[in-house]
Design a protein. Sequence first.
Length: 368
Amino acid sequence: MKLDTAYPMNNDSSKKSYSYKDAGVDIEAGNSLVDAIKPLAASTKRAGANADLGGFGALFDLKAAGFKDPLLVSATDGVGTKLKLAIDMNKHDTVGIDLVAMCVNDLVVQGAEPLFFLDYFATGGLDVDATRDIVAGIADGCRQAGCALIGGETAEMPGMYAKGDYDMAGFTVGAVERDQLLMADTLTEGDVLLGLSSSGVHSNGYSLVRRLISDFNMDLAAPAPFDENVKLGDALIAPTRIYVKSCLAGVRSGQIKALSHITGGGLFENIPRILPKNLVAELDANAWELPPLFKWLAELGNIAPRELATTFNCGIGMVVATPADQAEALTALLVEHGETVQQIGRLRARDGEEEQVSILDLEEAFLK
């Protein structure tokens, strides 16, 4: 079969000549975006990486970063439906911080230092200004975490996303010296649990948040019912706190035995991920104040305390396990690095097959 017979060329000048741009993909806009974000990536340079964009891949030199016997640790995550609030508000400059936070906070719980970060961004049509704001947030998050933004992928996918919609995912690699890897088998009965305060809802539970906003016709541009000095929308999309530098300081001091990042599943689902089978984390709900934002969500949706603590972080974004005799010194170190710290419980022996998280006075404390 001859190719020119099966697929005749269209030489009729009266017919439309199609281009990739006609189909919804603007290569020139993509090139403009790369030029716009190169300075942002450059601002995240660190030892071991040069953070240049534009090639097919990037290198990282572990020796130049100061590691001697490292283990590599990787994590990937997204921001979830919190993006819909950002899109509805046309406010895109903080969700990039969320993207980095969700990845690097999962690295540091292994005792690992984040080294570099890559992002994947997909949209129906590229808005260069909005996308630059997003990448600016990613660069901000990388600087907070001390890792280099070394690359990523921007995909225009008309027909997959409605106009103005987008989604993104992040991927990060870190390293930890072999003898500093945090392991559950070091935990013992009597270890103290410290809670590091969250900055808000962080990046989990937003399908419920958005359902409440919709069902109760809440105005995102109005003052928040729990704080008249901030707009409701701004309070809801406050960026996820990045705990990397403070927790790394604790790991390297030898005072941290384990860390739990409180994400989807809340306190009840995340703390057991770091526990050996013979221990229970016993928390005291009176040890910290449920933030007004979470009290408002609970009242608005008539959310039961157990459901609240399984869906949201409830004001505790990271749980830290430390020996009892080092709790005071570690607290001072974490405070020195900018954290708000409460002693929220301790580890005890498990009785049979009981649940591995017990929160004392949960209903009384969360309903008061």
